[in-house]
Write a protein that binds this ligand. Sequence first.
Ligand SMILES: Cc1cc2nc3c(=O)[nH]c(=O)nc-3n(C[C@H](O)[C@H](O)[C@H](O)COP(=O)(O)OP(=O)(O)OC[C@H]3O[C@@H](n4cnc5c(N)ncnc54)[C@H](O)[C@@H]3O)c2cc1C
Ligand code: FES
Length: 282
Amino acid sequence: MAYKVEKASEIAENIFEYWINAPHVSKNAQAGQFVVIRIDEKGERIPLTISAAKGDLVRIVFMGVGKTTKYLSTLKSGDYVLDIAGPLGHPSEIKKWGNCVLIGGGVGIACLPILAKALKSAGNHVTGIIGSRNEKLLLLEDELKEDCDELVICTDDGSKGFHGFPADILKKKLEETNIDCVWIIGPAIMMKITSMATIPSKTKTFVSLNPIMVDGTGMCGSCRVTIGGETKFACVDGPEFDAHLVDWDELMSRQRIYPAQEKESLENFQEHQCRCGEHHHE
Ligand SMILES: Cc1cc2nc3c(=O)[nH]c(=O)nc-3n(C[C@H](O)[C@H](O)[C@H](O)COP(=O)(O)OP(=O)(O)OC[C@H]3O[C@@H](n4cnc5c(N)ncnc54)[C@H](O)[C@@H]3O)c2cc1C
Ligand code: FES
């Protein structure tokens, strides 16, 4: 069985939004969960966060970083992916926390709409802080303005919104007001640095970890992380964990264990693409 990409669009520079017809995922999807996608029978499995779910459709948002995501980005509306497994992972802890701050960095911003909606429905006041390197990489701004009570935009180069990092805004908010819970979703280094801001106040802080995942079911061990000194598997025990307990250095070093293979695989893909022109999918 294959799954139809009902709508494919590029929503920011090299960042793509796909709505895929997958009722088994969309009907059960909760904030914080992800899917594992395989484009075709030769393709590798990659994990992507569920960004939204509506009726039979599930939304993924991804950046074309390597072979599989670049290949995925060549699909057009009406094309198919072979597998979409999910929803996987534990949902986010949704309850009435009070004042919640949700921080998205880069493509991690895509994880916020479903989370903001769930937290609002549970009666929380939700502040969104989104940051990217520049204006061209910002995404889902209008949607998040609707989903959050307040939305703050930051860019590293000052091309839009606050000139600086979401961590700077978070520190200011922590001084000004009582914050009950924080979510930070983005690149590992950004989550590590930003979550340091909530250590002094001991504010509950969740991060969504992105180690390399293969099966997504706890069997292969590739997504092993250390949380508070204990071994966990991000696919089944997470992907969200208490930020203050994460062994960040281990996570970041394990994310970089296959650079040679990733480079070779991307080069082969690009060479093949040059020879064949556009890829075609059924
Ligand atoms: C739970 C989870 C949710 C994610 N959600 C999103 C999302 O919503 N949008 C998005 O753009 N990206 C997301 N990612 C990251 C995404 O899975 C990787 O960008 C993708 O797998 C890269 O594959 P590639 O072949 O294009 O690149 P490659 O060249 O193979 O790898 C580039 C980098 O991506 C990471 N990566 C590679 N393979 C995997 C893998 N199998 N699992 C996890 N990371 C990998 C590695 O750090 C690697 O260095 C998520 C990762 C996890 C674990
Ligand atoms: S991805 Fe295989 S154990 Fe988590």
